[in-house]
Ligand binder design. Structure first.
Ligand code: SAH
Ligand code: SF4
Length: 387
């Protein structure tokens, strides 16, 4: 829509010099304990201090040590001399006509990263990023055209949640189902399984019951299929798993999700069948982007259900979200529905994901930092889809 009521605030907060201070957000309880002991906190007190600080950081959301009123003044001063509580800077916040909010955040080194808040009737989902850019080059994904890549630290991953909670004014102890942010999906920029340690630490912090307290079953990690790391999601994080499947033959998947050349469909499915927490109540989500004439035939739908037979699963059909220069088109709505009916008749839930925040380029696969300049040309992208 040409004149949709999009608001865009440019909130450029003057950046304080952090002077080499260590970010406190993102340390696990154990790391924080060690750090405090290293700074002279008696071992016997360290656990209690961690508990106090933890609740200020992740329950109350404070950004100033002076607000930690149950700590003695000299102790607060000691913390302030060694740590920073600084949030990433919100460069822009765009609000879509459907209520979706896209945050562009500036983190250390001047890099930019995006997080998207999607309100729904029964939940509110925050979609967060795990990397700046992505080393993988899925041909339908905008993030994959961004060359600059670095892993986000655990602190930078958690900070996306903190910034969104600041913005939505949601601190304190509401029960999860009353919260604006009730769910988290790792479906923003980046491949989370190329940054598993930091993603794990960040999600442990998000799940901690004395802080942000989002249960493991309200967190979903999406991967393009980094097979050797998949089991760790169940074992070390315990959250739900989504797989960017998108094709039913290796020939097509090689083009859409090039990591398939390394770990093909059969190898990926073996890893999923062996997934530790697999059960009917913790089904794996198969994400399937609907690309006109590429992967959306009846035959594809039938092949899909055959391939995943025996895996407790849900199929999320994602209408392709276009971006400038994308070499694909979205499947027609009828086609998506017919595909969904075939999958559904085989006993799998097959919800069609309603595109959200399209007017602000916040939908799946549209994320890409605005200032990122090293773009691939359209020709390069098109060439990759042909190989
Ligand atoms: N790297 C991870 C997580 C981020 S992508 C992964 O690939 O799973 C999040 C989801 O958006 C993935 O399923 C991805 O395939 C999908 N996606 C990417 N580009 C898209 C686009 N242009 N339209 C619709 N979905 C897209
Ligand atoms: Fe990376 Fe996921 Fe995009 Fe593929 S779909 S390029 S893995 S962010």
């Amino acid at each position: 829509m040409a004149d949709a009521p999009i608001t865009q605030d440019v909130l450029t907060i003057p950046r304080k010099e952090t002077g080499g201070l260590r970010p406190l957000v993102g340390l696990t309880r154990e790391q924080m304990r060690e750090a405090l002991i290293g700074l002279g906190t008696p071992e016997k007190q360290a656990k209690m201090r961690v508990g106090q600080i933890w609740s200020w950081l992740y329950w109350h959301g404070v950004t100033d040590f002076d607000m930690m009123t149950n700590l003695a003044k000299p102790y607060r001063a000691m913390l302030a001399e060694n740590f920073t509580l600084e949030r990433p800077e919100i460069v822009t916040r765009q609000i879509s006509e459907d209520g979706t909010r896209k945050y562009l955040l500036r983190i250390a080194g001047g890099h930019e990263v995006e997080a998207v808040y999607i309100p729904e009737t029964d939940r509110g989902t925050l979609c967060i990023s795990s990397q700046i850019g992505c080393t993988l080059t899925c041909s339908f994904c905008h993030t994959g055209t961004q060359k600059l890549v670095r892993n986000l630290t655990a602190g930078e991953i958690v900070a996306q949640i903190l910034v969104a909670r600041d913005d939505l004014e949601e601190w304190g102890g509401l029960p999860t189902d009353k919260r604006k942010i009730s769910n988290i999906v790792l479906m923003g920029m980046g491949e989370p399984l190329y940054n598993v340690d930091n993603v794990r630490d960040a999600m442990k912090i998000a799940m901690d019951g004395e802080g942000i307290s989002i249960s493991r079953r309200r967190i979903t990690l999406s991967t393009s299929g980094v097979v050797p790391e998949i089991a760790r999601v169940g074992e070390e994080i315990g959250c739900l798993l989504a797989i960017s499947f998108h094709a039913t033959t290796d020939e097509v998947r090689d083009k859409l999700v090039p990591i398939n050349k390394r770990w093909n469909i059969a190898t990926l499915l073996d890893a999923l069948r062996a997934y530790p927490t697999l059960s009917n109540s913790e089904r794996i989500t198969f994400e399937y982007v609907m690309l006109k004439g590429v992967n959306d035939s009846d035959e594809d739908a039938r092949r899909l259900v055959k391939l995943i037979a025996g895996i407790p699963a849900k199929i999320n059909l994602i209408p392709f979200n276009p971006w400038p220069g994308a070499p694909y088109e979205r499947s027609d709505w009828d086609r998506i529905e017919t595909f969904g009916r075939i999958v559904n008749a085989a006993g799998y839930a097959s919800p069609i994901r309603r595109p959200r925040g399209e007017d602000i380029m916040a939908a799946c696969g549209q994320l890409k930092s605005a200032t990122e300049r090293a773009r691939k040309s359209r020709a390069e992208i098109a060439a990759e889809t042909q190989t």
